[in-house]
Design a protein around this ligand. Structure first.
Ligand code: SF4
Length: 368
């Protein structure tokens, strides 16, 4: 998120947002620090400090809506925001117990990165409005914080914070029946777990995750989670040079072992961090990648498994598969090439990741 409040002068870091004076006073009585907006002025309550907001800031705050939760860091940047219709993300940690060769985060961050302090997580959840459309819980690997994640899920569930959830996890932790059981006890309704599967055999998956034994753990985790019948699972396949030739085999593996997964997502790489460092090992031109993806899609679709394609611009996908392409890249990360200005499908195309654009920009083919 790139939004800032340039003139923010508050002493706190988490606020409830309000556009209505009686509501704002109600939040203060319920022990919430509150950022009350009237015209172009923000008033912090109960601090009783005011500052001006720009038209752009006002537009953003208005989009979050009454009762939203804002986390503002010491640089006046909105580090996270939770609104009823917002694309809400609860970020847990940079750290991960895998170190995927095409991860957009760099290895040092994976190893030594920041974990959001538990007291901040708890406050964010307390401040969140109830009944939000959706929350994505992500990292790093969220289960790096172990049982605390169960506590977070319980708080979200008890507080009726959202109607639907997506948890992004490498799934390894669910190889433990005990973890799976505890998870099933606290998980809110309408809960989807997105788990990456890199290949149909340990050699391929573990070479990509750079974590020996991870294929066995992840595949057991998927099986155990499906057996709980408490959550849905989407399998995420990040397509690289290392696994592209095995996608058909991987699709057959999924059909055979997990016919009741919610969906399979084929994903283009975000060429930052590890992916950038290892680009000679992982990069595959998208038009070539799609030649391997399409037969794998056919196998899944013929077996009644839903499929979507993430992060692929339309001009790298054969037209009959366009309806599977999702506008999956977060708004502030989307790039288009100069040539895209001439493309008549630009409005329908989800564009490229910033970072991946330098690998793709010269090969886009505007649709005329
Ligand atoms: S030319 Fe640009 S806008 Fe058109 S499909 Fe390709 S990437 Fe998308």
């Amino acid at each position: 998120m790139n939004n800032m409040l340039q003139e923010f002068n508050g002493a706190n870091y988490i606020y409830k947002l309000s556009f209505d004076r009686p509501m704002a006073e109600g939040y203060v009585s319920a022990d919430f620090n509150t950022l009350f907006i009237s015209d172009m002025t923000a008033t912090l309550l109960p601090e009783n400090k005011s500052f001006n907001v720009s038209k752009e800031e006002l537009k953003y705050l208005t989009s979050l809506g009454e009762g939203a939760c804002l986390e503002i860091n010491s640089n006046k940047k909105i580090a996270s925001a939770f609104g009823i219709l917002n694309d809400n993300t609860l970020y847990i940690t940079d750290k991960c117990n895998s170190n995927c060769i095409m991860c957009p985060m760099a290895e040092p961050a994976r190893r030594d990165g920041h974990t959001v302090p538990f007291e901040i997580q708890d406050e964010l959840i307390r401040y969140m409005p109830c009944g939000m459309e959706h929350i994505t819980i992500t990292g790093g690997e969220p289960f790096i914080i172990k049982e605390k994640l169960f506590d977070i899920l319980q708080q979200l569930k008890t507080g009726n914070k959202a109607h639907s959830y997506l948890l992004l996890s490498n799934g390894r932790v669910f190889a433990s029946h005990e973890y799976c059981h505890k998870f099933a006890e606290v998980v809110p309704e309408d809960f989807l777990v997105g788990i990456p599967l890199h290949g149909p055999i340990p050699d391929i998956h573990d070479a990509i995750s750079q974590a020996p034994g991870s294929f066995i753990q992840t595949t057991a985790g998927i099986k155990n989670l499906l057996a709980t019948k408490m959550v849905s699972i989407e399998i995420r396949i990040v397509v690289s040079k290392l696994n592209s030739k095995y996608l058909v085999q991987l699709a057959e593996y999924i059909v055979q072992n997990y016919p009741n997964v919610d969906s399979v997502k084929f994903m283009g790489m975000e060429m930052l961090g590890n992916a950038n460092v290892n680009s000679d090992k992982v990069w595959i031109p998208y038009e070539e990648a799609f030649k391997y993806i399409s037969p794998a899609i056919d196998i899944l679709v013929n077996n009644a498994i839903d499929v979507a394609i993430y992060n692929f611009p339309l001009c790298f996908v054969e037209r009959p598969y366009w309806n599977l392409c999702a506008n999956s890249i977060t708004a502030h990360k989307i790039k288009y090439a100069e040539a895209c200005a001439n493309c008549k499908e630009k409005n329908a195309c989800g564009g490229m990741f910033t970072g991946t654009d330098r690998f793709l920009a010269n090969s886009v083919k505007p649709i005329l």
